[in-house]
Ligand binder design. Structure first.
Ligand SMILES: Cc1cc2nc3c(=O)[nH]c(=O)nc-3n(C[C@H](O)[C@H](O)[C@H](O)COP(=O)(O)OP(=O)(O)OC[C@H]3O[C@@H](n4cnc5c(N)ncnc54)[C@H](O)[C@@H]3O)c2cc1C
Length: 459
């Protein structure tokens, strides 16, 4: 659990009107200070009153999307004492296609005091290679936790609300405008809802998931899109007992694909993921996978699909007063497609930097703050993504090798266990273990060689 400290004061005490915060310049929308706006008798002029009224209608930060990224951003901005509006198109709690695996970095990025609604604690992993060579590895310590997304996401939103953020559900954002008649001044952006209502904010955070409208506004560029398919399968007690505390990871038949069984008490979340564009093969893989596990006789309560997207290295993370985070920014581990920790971590950064963007009084300062956000994301999550891409490329070409190493070479299993627990990261292992670094470089060279040979053959 995160040890980050936040103010313990009730939200109402901490929230101040815009322009009167301790570190705010304290100017009105027309640039006047409170002192300038007062008449000699000390009464506020009608212009200043109108200005203050208009400013009250402008949120410091509007966050679009109430998944882990949005809830995290709203929490971070609200805890800093800013007026925050969190917009969500669905009614909460809402279902989200997701395994619900909570690894160490996710757990460490939760708001202080947040109680994880764990459905199971994973102590064992069975690995298989397209249904074959199954081998189970066990750990005395918990490896990672499993949650149901509706309750997890709802809990995060409640934490943001407790910190002072206001939530509006059933509010679908259709676009953001930073110029034009809907935008009163250069310190403000307009968020337009699908039924036409316009809301104003000094900063906007786009956390609206993998089909993000705000991401399109920012111009997010992608270099990997995958399709995940999942079934929530209620099972009898005897079957549930067999799975308790153990997950299955199956390296799949298509390059870069894999499947999983994540137990959650009386329900198993069974899913597969593979590159987009192979929809029929991905569907077949899920059906075969379920049949092979002897689960075909149980009717799923939910069957669904969802895209995951990874940004390209040079993709923007902001435009003007708008920042993007989580899936909306394409921030996701490219190999495992783990995205909750990326959403929580980037969401928190986006909330923190949105506060600074909201305070920026000109385009230069806005740009500086937005670049600082991008720098913070790239320095942490960007580095993890680069390594994840290299791992995916090895896995796409050599799934059998990965399977053999994880199941037959204890240090590799120990590293897997430590990464999932959050006591180290893949980046750290590659940085500090010469053997791991050499192995990865050799495999990188192999790939480059393969690409060169492929190019020569087709020339
Ligand atoms: C099959 C599958 C399995 C996965 N398993 C795991 C796993 O086990 N562990 C893990 O860490 N990650 C997993 N992921 C990835 C993880 O689900 C995502 O990375 C994570 O949900 C991203 O969070 P987010 O807040 O960015 O987006 P989301 O969780 O998608 O939230 C976006 C929110 O925005 C709302 N929204 C969308 N458009 C609008 C709009 N226009 N206006 C207002 N609101 C809007 C949506 O309703 C939604 O509530 C999985 C993904 C898939 C597809």
């Amino acid at each position: 659990m995160s040890s980050e400290n936040s103010s313990e004061k009730p939200a109402d005490e901490r929230r101040e009107q815009p322009g009167t915060g301790p570190d705010e310049p304290g100017t009105g929308p027309d640039g006047t200070t409170p002192e300038e706006a007062r008449s000699p008798e000390g009464a506020r002029s009608p212009e200043a009153d109108r200005g203050a009224e208009a400013e009250r209608d402008v949120w410091d930060v509007i966050v679009v999307g109430a998944g882990p990224a949005g809830a995290s951003a709203a929490y971070a901005a609200a805890v800093a004492g800013r007026r925050v509006l969190l917009l969500e198109k669905a009614e909460l709690p809402r279902y989200k296609t997701c395994g619900g695996g909570i690894i160490g970095p996710s757990r460490d990025s939760l708001p202080p005091g947040f109680e994880l609604p764990l459905r199971d604690r994973v102590h064992a992993v069975t690995f298989s290679l397209d249904g074959k060579y199954a081998r189970t590895r066990r750990s005395k310590q918990m490896l990672f936790g499993l949650i149901n997304r509706p309750e997890f996401d709802q809990g995060l939103v409640e934490a943001a609300q407790k910190a002072g953020a206001e939530l509006r559900t059933g509010a679908t954002v259709s676009r953001v405008e930073q110029h034009g008649p809907a935008v009163p001044d250069r310190r403000t952006a307009a968020v337009v809802l699908s039924e036409g209502e316009t809301l104003l904010a000094h900063a906007v955070v786009g956390a609206d998931g993998s089909a993000s409208r705000i991401g399109a506004h920012v111009g997010v560029k992608l270099d990997q899109v995958d399709l995940g398919l999942e079934a929530e399968i209620p099972v009898p007690e005897t079957v549930a007992e067999d799975w308790a505390g153990r997950v299955l990871i199956d390296w799949g038949p298509m390059p870069g694909s894999y499947g999983w069984v994540f137990p959650k008490g009386d329900t198993l979340t069974v899913g597969v993921i593979s590159a987009r564009g192979e929809g029929a093969a991905t569907k077949r893989y899920l059906e075969d996978f379920i049949a092979r596990l002897g689960l075909a006789g149980f009717e799923p309560s939910i069957s669904s699909g969802h895209l995951t997207r990874c940004r390209s290295d040079d993709s923007p993370l902001s435009r003007g007063r708008v920042l993007v985070c989580g899936d909306a920014a394409g921030l996701l581990e490219p190999w495992t497609r783990e995205g909750i920790s990326f959403a929580l971590r980037s969401g928190r950064l986006a909330g923190e930097w949105a506060v600074r963007v909201a305070e920026a009084h000109d385009a230069v300062d806005t740009r500086r703050q937005a670049l600082n956000y991008a720098f913070a994301v790239r320095a942490g999550l960007g580095v993890e993504m680069s390594l994840g891409r290299r791992m995916l490329s090895v896995f796409e070409r050599r799934p059998g090798l990965l399977h053999a190493v994880l199941t037959g070479f204890r240090p590799a299993w120990n590293a897997f266990a430590k990464i999932t627990r959050g006591s180290t990261s893949l980046t750290e292992i590659v940085r500090t273990h010469p053997l791991a670094r050499r192995a990865l470089s050799t495999l990188d060279r192999e790939e480059k060689q393969g690409v060169r040979e492929g190019a020569a053959e087709s020339a």
